[in-house]
Ligand binder design. Structure first.
Ligand SMILES: Cc1cc2nc3c(=O)[nH]c(=O)nc-3n(C[C@H](O)[C@H](O)[C@H](O)COP(=O)(O)O)c2cc1C
Length: 352
């Protein structure tokens, strides 16, 4: 079983290099958000302050490299390199699911960033494993990694397409509530590309969760990845049918911010530039998250290529702030962008 898990993680890294993992027509809807140009910014670029507080820590820019990998030597190199660039740019970093460590603790080094220490570092575990093993398992992973907190991921759509995936999703909310009572702001609950809408966000908030990563539709599709891995017709058909399932990321952010003003929001899922990050923040996100663009750049051109992607995101975000006349992220959040269809309808109908 362990070898399967290792093999699956390795296949995932190969498969996400393929264009089809971002299905045609699956759109995060950031293009429906138009920041309003200010011809007289009356700001110097160096005046723009991108710093933000997330989960009790200060980041130099409102970005996070969200959890992807671990468990193999190749994954270890990715984690070490991405953690190093996160530290350099002063942004948050999360490792991928650490479930494998319960059976193979010797693989810890493939998650640990070693010399690098980003300002905010997250462990990662699936909600079903949390429900089975309890809060102590999550606390143990935080401790092992020397992390600031943990991201608990929700991925029911991906599991259903996996031939041997989970089929029982009961008990996760209770388990998350217990962990929230122990961790407070050190807990993030995240989706993995299908989105958290306002109803689930409010349920999580009622259980004490203070920060979520909506991880919406429009970027990496895990139902598509599992479709590409499928060995049975049944799994392949389900993956094909559900490859663009989910709530677009921009709609998640807009609707969750309206429903839960006190919740911290990370927006990942199809964020592909610093301009997308600026749009997510203008909609109400605190931080924008990238997965696919960084792992792809890393696999194609190593640490330098990944660093270029992150640096250009920071530069474009800064430019978007200046051109909107926003001196800081609070001003960007207050800038009231023009919203186009279908984003407006999505947000309106999610609010019902
Ligand atoms: C190669 C890869 C592996 C991933 N593995 C995990 C994981 O182990 N745990 C998790 O919470 N999310 C995982 N994700 C999901 C991402 O954290 C993110 O929510 C999702 O990919 C959407 O962001 P994107 O469109 O920028 O890729 C993974 C993503 C990628 C690309």
């Amino acid at each position: 079983m362990h070898d399967d898990l290792e093999q699956r993680k390795s296949q995932h890294l190969d498969l996400v290099q393929r264009a089809e993992v971002e299905p045609d027509g699956s759109d995060p809807l950031f293009s429906c958000v138009r920041l309003i140009h200010r011809a007289l910014p009356e700001l110097a670029l160096s005046d723009v302050d991108l710093s933000v507080e997330l989960c009790g820590k200060t980041l130099r820019a409102p970005l996070m490299i969200v959890g992807m990998t671990g468990g193999t030597e190749r994954a270890g190199q990715i984690n070490r390199d991405l953690a190093a660039i996160a530290q350099e740019e002063g942004v948050a970093f999360g490792v991928g699911s650490m479930r494998i460590l319960f059976d193979q603790p010797d693989l810890l080094s493939t998650f640990a960033p070693r010399s690098a220490r980003p300002p905010l570092l997250f462990a990662n575990l699936g909600a079903q494993q949390l429900a089975q093993r309890g809060s102590s398992a999550a606390l143990q992973l935080i401790e092992l990694l020397g992390a600031d907190g943990i991201c608990i991921h929700l991925n029911p759509a991906q599991e259903l397409v996996q031939a041997d995936g989970d089929r029982d999703f009961r008990g996760c909310l209770d388990a998350i509530g217990k962990l929230a009572a122990e961790l407070g702001p050190r807990l993030v609950v995240k989706e993995t590309g299908c989105g958290i809408g306002p109803a689930v966000a409010l349920e999580l908030q009622a259980r004490g969760v203070r920060c979520i990563d909506v991880s919406g539709r429009g970027g990496t599709s895990w139902t598509r990845v599992e479709q590409l891995r499928a060995k049975t017709d049944e799994a392949r058909d389900l993956g094909t049918l559900f490859s663009d399932w989910g709530i677009p990321t921009a709609a998640c952010v807009l609707a969750v911010r309206a429903a839960a003003p006190g919740l911290q929001i990370i927006a990942s899922g199809g964020v592909r530039s610093g301009l997308d990050a600026a749009r997510a923040i203008a909609l109400g996100a605190d931080v924008a998250g990238f997965a696919l663009p960084l792992v792809r750049a890393h696999q194609e051109g190593g640490v330098e290529a990944a660093q270029r992607v992150l640096r250009s995101a920071v530069a474009a975000l800064r430019a978007a702030c200046l051109l909107s006349g926003a001196r800081n992220l609070l001003a960007l959040r207050a800038s009231a962008p023009v919203l186009l269809e279908p984003l407006r309808s999505w947000a309106e109908q999610l609010a019902r």
